[in-house]
Design a protein around this ligand. Structure first.
Ligand code: DQA
Length: 148
């Protein structure tokens, strides 16, 4: 079973976007590291970024029967707004971790609420790009426990 990494809006700007919050790594470099780390564990990790809520929802629907066993998602601003993307994850019933580069709880109050956290297996925030790596380590452990 594969791991799907979903990145929401504006994350294509990583490396150039508010580095004080989001760091200097580009999305491509993060995705490459994740794919290598998954590959070393004998698993495949696919990444998808979109600025469009509809495209993210459709990618989640496709994950229902494309061999995806675990989702790592940074919904970005849709974290705080999208009932529709939440419902898509609930519909496919895939286990997922919510990741944020920044510590959303230390920022504006509108970033404190997430439509995803109560459905997530776990939430990682404030650890920068490393947070994706920790989420991947969990996904690898989880999938290995499923199919020993
Ligand atoms: C973010 C936090 C969100 O509040 C923000 O809208 C983002 C990125 C993060 O990774 O820290 O775009 O999800």
């Amino acid at each position: 079973q594969d791991i799907l990494v979903l990145h929401g809006p504006n994350l294509n700007m990583l490396g150039r976007r508010e580095p004080q919050y989001y760091g200097a790594d580009t999305l491509a470099s993060i995705d490459t590291r994740l794919a290598q780390r998954a590959g070393a564990a004998g698993l495949r990790c696919h990444s998808f970024q979109s600025n469009s809520e509809a495209a993210l929802i459709e990618r989640v629907h496709a994950a229902f029967d494309d061999g995806t066993g675990f989702v790592i998602i940074n919904p970005a601003a849709f974290t705080h707004t999208s009932v529709a993307l939440r419902d898509a994850l609930a519909a496919v019933k895939l286990p997922f971790i919510e990741v944020h580069l920044s510590n959303v709880h230390a920022r504006e109050p509108f970033r404190h609420h997430s439509f995803f956290s109560d459905l997530a297996q776990g939430v990682i925030c404030g650890l920068g790009a490393a947070g994706y790596g920790y989420a991947l380590d969990h996904a690898i452990d989880f999938l290995n426990r499923q199919t020993p």
